[in-house]
Design a protein around this ligand. Structure first.
Ligand SMILES: *Cc1c(COP(=O)(O)O)cnc(C)c1O
Length: 332
């Protein structure tokens, strides 16, 4: 099977497993796991922030990040297809009392001309107050679209002018950096709080981080424990994350090239595929997924008429070529 459902399906490599087996560990609730601390410091430095908190999933990282900057009863603005509003099962409402309002952009862009008119200042007991803007980079359901450093800087400027916090869901920020060559901090726009995943295309088996100021990360650490998600000798997992971060970032450009091959097979202009996700309109996504599966290609349906193909560490160039041929035949 060539599994293109998601970049979460990767298997840890032998070298990664070896690094994990040798990790120095301690009790992370006491802050004594040296490998977790090393990972947190390395990721904070990469993103140009003070601190980071290692946690189990990107959804938890987003939940802790949003909670840290959006007070109960205020709102977060985000794009209509954002993971925070579509794929986290209402976590921000259910766990943190946060409401959301969305802008829509056909390519998922964080376009300040769309965001600025939505900002609701504090007008007393009438309207919900906007507390923060969330931007997803890259944008998953829009098709792995990169928000440029310039776009991120404009959102930051809007937030500064309006007194809002800025959150970045950077589950695939690494892909945005590989695709553009831009610096990671520029691709976050210097957001107050960022969530990044190690368990997507980077290929670590588990793990995401909340990144921000010491104050934001301390608040996230309290809520992680409160939600029962403090962990003990997590360094075994963090070692896989460190390995992924140090060895699998540069190769992401290969995933992007493979995604462009697949885009062509779907009849899309490969230039519109910026990273490792191909989102293609099809008449009946479930039927196409079924036909592809019977020919050894697993794909995802993210809507009734939307096929999604995602490349990752587990997909070789030969896999991508084989899958592209089969997809082209089935879509013909
Ligand atoms: C995968 C993903 C997450 C987090 O997912 P988990 O499965 O909870 O780790 C968050 N945001 C985006 C954009 C994602 O693609």
């Amino acid at each position: 099977m060539i599994d293109l459902r998601s970049d979460t399906v990767t298997q840890p490599t032998d070298e990664m497993r070896l690094a994990m087996s040798r990790a120095a560990v301690g009790d992370d609730v006491y802050g004594e796991d040296p490998t977790v601390v090393e990972l947190e410091e390395e990721v904070a430095a990469l993103l140009g922030h003070e601190a980071a908190l290692y946690c189990v999933t990107g959804s938890l990282a987003n939940a802790l990040a949003v909670r840290a900057v959006v007070p109960v009863g205020t709102e977060l603005l985000c794009e209509a297809q954002a993971h925070v509003v579509r794929a986290e099962l209402g976590a921000h409402a259910a766990l943190a009392g946060v409401t959301t309002r969305t802008w829509s952009h056909p390519r998922g862009h964080a376009d300040v001309d769309l965001v600025a008119p939505m900002v609701a200042p504090d007008v007393g007991p009438y309207f919900v107050r906007t507390a923060a803007v969330s931007v997803e980079n890259t944008h998953n359901f829009a098709g792995g679209i990169v928000q440029t450093a310039a776009a991120m800087a404009s959102v930051r400027a809007l937030c500064d002018a309006e007194g809002l916090a800025m959150h970045v869901d950077g589950a695939r920020l690494w892909n945005a950096a590989a695709a553009t060559g831009a610096e990671l901090p520029a691709l976050t726009g210097g957001a107050d709080v960022v969530a990044v995943c190690l368990s997507k295309g980077l290929g670590a088996p588990v793990g995401s981080l909340v990144v921000g100021s010491r104050e934001v990360v301390d608040a996230a650490r309290v809520w992680r424990k409160r939600l029962g998600a403090g962990w003990r000798q997590a360094g075994v997992l963090a070692a896989g994350g460190l390995w992924a971060l140090r060895h699998h970032r540069e190769r992401l450009v290969e995933d992007h090239a493979h995604a462009r091959l697949l885009a062509e097979s779907c009849g899309l202009d490969p230039a519109t595929v910026e990273t490792n996700i191909v989102v293609a309109p099809v008449p009946d996504a479930a039927a196409v997924v079924g036909r592809l599966a019977s020919r050894g290609v697993r794909a995802g349906a993210t809507g009734a008429t939307t096929l999604r193909l995602v490349t990752h560490l587990g997909i070789s160039e030969q896999d991508a070529r084989d899958a592209a041929r089969i997809v082209a035949e089935e879509l013909r």
